[in-house]
Design a protein around this ligand. Structure first.
Ligand SMILES: *Cc1c(COP(=O)(O)O)cnc(C)c1O
Length: 414
């Protein structure tokens, strides 16, 4: 579903006109729909209703406190990749007992913090991490629940920067090493083996890499069982793709039936770590056309959002739909670019739009890997974030000020 639609040729989010958001909060501004976040989470949750499962929202996709709180209220678990994300989850009212901790470089301080919070599972990605976790857990007199992240060596068919399941990637360990690690973990006093984990990439639009990965994980599970090592859960990670342009994303119901069919007689609880699926299409980036210019035959709309606000086009050459907030006739061909001093600073090229100076545009599908990847490059204040719910709107992160940017800096003494 999408709550972003036109009413009388003006784009609204749920029941709020985006012109009203711009008038109230200024631009550039991220706008998220509470109903869309809830609908996406609920669809995932319901698709697996027939099998024991836990949906752990991947916090890195959008870690705004209010977004996490909306999901916590629905009973979501959380997949974190840092101590900072753990603190966000806890402050947002999330339950540590539903948290899984992924990441290839967890620090000793992060492991300690997560142990003290009593999270559900550490997704261990190396022998070194396993040894460090055992020793920190021993010092604290605790037992760490673990799964090992295996690399099923399948090609998820996605962009190389977001493919994570190939054996030459930095993530996880090969099946052979995983088996050795489980045997070693089984001898450790402060480690409790609870599961197995994989995450093969992001923006996946084919089922076969996902089910191939599960099939390989199940072989490992069965082999370990013969060795006397029983796993309670299988974590299939995230990665379900969404529609940005004309991709045919996997319907979550089809994902569920393929996964459950591959599971066969296996009764382990399933964990999932969806990020993009939950929030990507629940958000837009609202921006204003500052000026237009023509260089040769090329028409540029310079807008007040830039690569520091939304880096996906510059980083991955990602395509996101750009739309005028108020529809007019006679579209022309535009490049929509930001004011940052980099040629790579573009939002979109080659788009048919009827826009002029002062008009608002919406960059669709900006709810995931949008604000969270923003920066202060060019000393630009980061955008505000707004959540719309019905006819209400709430500012859930204020626009930064220059004082916010500078308060940690100082000049040298005389
Ligand atoms: C990024 C990430 C996810 C979420 O990926 P999406 O493509 O946003 O669903 C899940 N698990 C791990 C370990 C990740 O690194």
């Amino acid at each position: 579903m999408t709550s972003f639609h036109y009413v009388n040729d003006t784009l609204v989010a749920e029941d709020v006109a985006l012109t009203e958001i711009a008038n109230t909060y200024g631009t550039p501004t991220y706008v998220y729909s509470r109903a869309d976040i809830e609908a996406a989470y609920t669809s995932f949750e319901q698709a697996f209703a027939s099998h024991p499962h836990r949906v752990c929202y991947s916090v890195k996709a959008n870690s705004n406190l209010a977004v996490l709180n909306i999901l916590a209220r629905l009973g979501a678990g959380f997949d974190i990749v840092s101590g900072g994300e753990l603190q966000r989850v806890l402050r947002a009212g999330g339950d540590a007992a539903g948290v899984v901790f992924s990441g290839v470089g967890k620090t000793a301080a992060e492991l300690q913090m997560a142990l003290q919070a009593n999270i559900a599972c550490f997704n261990v990605e190396s022998v070194a991490e396993l040894d460090t976790l055992q020793s920190i857990a021993a010092q604290l007199g605790q037992v760490a629940p673990i799964s090992i992240r295996v690399n099923p060596d399948v090609d998820s068919g996605t962009h190389p920067y977001i493919a994570t399941g190939l054996k030459e990637n930095k993530f996880g360990v090969s099946s052979d090493i995983a088996v050795e690690m489980y045997r070693r973990a089984a001898t450790m006093d402060n480690i409790n083996i609870v599961g197995i984990d994989c995450h093969i990439g992001s923006q996946i639009t084919e089922l076969s890499p996902l089910t191939d990965a599960l099939a390989e994980v199940l072989q490992l599970v069965d082999g370990l069982e013969r060795d006397g090592i029983t796993l309670n859960h299988i974590d299939l990670g995230g990665g379900l793709g969404v529609c940005y342009k004309d991709e045919q994303p996997i319907a979550v119901e089809d994902y569920a039936s393929a996964v459950l069919q591959t599971m066969g007689r296996h009764s382990q609880k399933l964990f999932f770590e969806p990020g993009r699926y939950i929030v990507a299409n629940a958000g837009i980036l609202l921006s204003k056309v500052e000026l237009t210019k023509q260089n040769g035959d090329h028409r540029f709309a310079v807008v007040d959002a830039a690569m520091n606000d939304l880096i996906r086009p510059a980083l991955y050459n990602a395509w996101q739909k750009v739309a005028a907030v108020e529809l007019h006739d006679d579209p022309e061909n535009w490049s929509v670019v930001g004011p940052v001093c980099e040629t790579g600073d573009f939002i979109a090229h080659d788009r048919e739009l009827a826009i002029a100076t002062g008009d608002l545009i919406a960059v669709h599908s900006s709810g995931a890997y949008g604000f969270v990847m923003s920066s202060n490059y060019n000393s630009r204040n980061r955008a505000a974030e707004i959540i719309v719910s019905g006819s209400d709107h709430y500012c859930v992160r204020q626009r930064e000020t220059i004082d916010d940017q500078l308060h940690l800096e100082t000049i040298l003494p005389d």
